[in-house]
Design a protein around this ligand. Structure first.
Ligand SMILES: NC(=O)c1ccc[n+]([C@@H]2O[C@H](COP(=O)([O-])OP(=O)(O)OC[C@H]3O[C@@H](n4cnc5c(N)ncnc54)[C@H](OP(=O)(O)O)[C@@H]3O)[C@@H](O)[C@H]2O)c1
Length: 283
């Protein structure tokens, strides 16, 4: 078990899979201290999640120190304010770096989980999309991810230069999907966005492999949550709709906490190949 201090940035951490990843990180990463940067649109929801994490850290059987900063009112689809919002995330990271240094609790691992995402319009087939909606979709799901990954990586490398901190590890995760590696009808923007994210992290893995940086594209499986309910409400393909309905009715959808625990344990074991795409159903 690694007894260490980790800094973990999660986008879309107020609800759904992002909140579940935060809770699983606290309980299963093996870290003795976690400094969270919780990012998203809903400031109140993010604050509630941070309070829950702090409460759970006090009552958990394995003592974990939780610190954190909420960066709310961040709409990742809004490129006009993206630079300002990235600066706010950088400021939050710098604050947690300083607090860790002051308490002489060196951060051993810095993790970015690019979780926030949207479905796009699943009623449409590829020929029905306009370039304007494609641009809006990719601004959120791809462009903001590039900005988040590059600022996170640069700031982490400035804060923990490898000459001074040879043991420090950096991890960048994209919450991916089966759609990144397999096409299904009506998922045009979603599939293209997830594939682009996977490939970007694949390139980053190669470029940074000598810098103690690893990347991972994690497909969490069909989750029993609000996004899946949206899929069942909007998906325009009858054959797939029947499969998703059956999975829902027969209780085969994946519990968010089971999937987020699998992700956190993958990160903890650290045996995955950097840049890989790993699915919840993989061995
Ligand atoms: N659900 C599934 O079955 C499934 C399967 C495979 C992959 N995934 C992936 O898992 C990730 C998490 O999805 P989920 O299932 O938890 O979906 P969800 O319940 O719809 O949650 C989406 C999260 O993204 C945030 N978000 C949405 N638009 C945003 C924006 N413009 N700016 C900032 N944050 C925004 C949401 O915040 P608000 O509360 O402000 O809306 C929320 O926190 C996504 O990348 C998704 O593609 C999900």
């Amino acid at each position: 078990m690694t007894s260490a201090h980790h800094l973990v940035v999660i986008t879309g951490a107020n609800r759904g899979f992002g909140a579940s990843v935060a809770h699983s990180y606290l309980h299963h990463s093996g870290a003795s201290a976690v400094s969270f940067v919780l990012v998203g649109r809903n400031e109140q929801g993010l604050t509630t999640v941070l309070q829950e994490l702090q409460e759970e850290s006090r009552t958990s059987s394995e003592p974990v120190t939780v610190n954190g900063v909420v960066v709310g009112n961040v709409d990742l689809a809004d490129t006009e304010h993206l630079e300002k919002n990235l600066e706010r995330i950088q400021t939050a990271m710098a604050q947690l770096h300083n607090e860790a240094a002051q308490s002489k609790s060196t951060i051993a691992k810095s993790v970015l989980v690019n979780n926030a995402g949207s479905l796009g319009d699943l009623t449409k087939t590829a020929k029905e999309f306009t370039w304007q909606e494609a641009r809006r979709y990719f601004d959120f799901n791809v462009v903001s991810l590039v900005g988040l990954c590059s600022t996170f990586l640069k700031d982490t490398q400035v804060a923990f230069p490898k000459e001074t901190y040879p043991e420090h590890k950096t991890v960048i995760v994209s919450i991916s999907s089966l759609l990144a590696v397999q096409a299904f009808s009506n998922w045009g923007l979603y599939a293209a966005g997830k594939a682009a994210r996977d490939r970007f992290l694949g390139v980053m893995a190669l470029e940074e492999k000598s810098n103690n940086v690893k990347t991972l594209n994690y497909a969490p499986g069909p989750l029993d949550n609000e996004m899946q309910a949206d899929v069942r409400r909007t998906l325009g393909d009858a054959e797939q709709l029947e499969i998703y309905d059956d999975m829902h009715k027969s209780g085969q959808l994946v519990r968010m906490d089971d999937s987020s625990r699998k992700l956190v344990l993958l990160l903890k074991k650290d045996e995955y190949i950097t840049g890989a795409h790993i699915d919840f159903y993989d061995e």
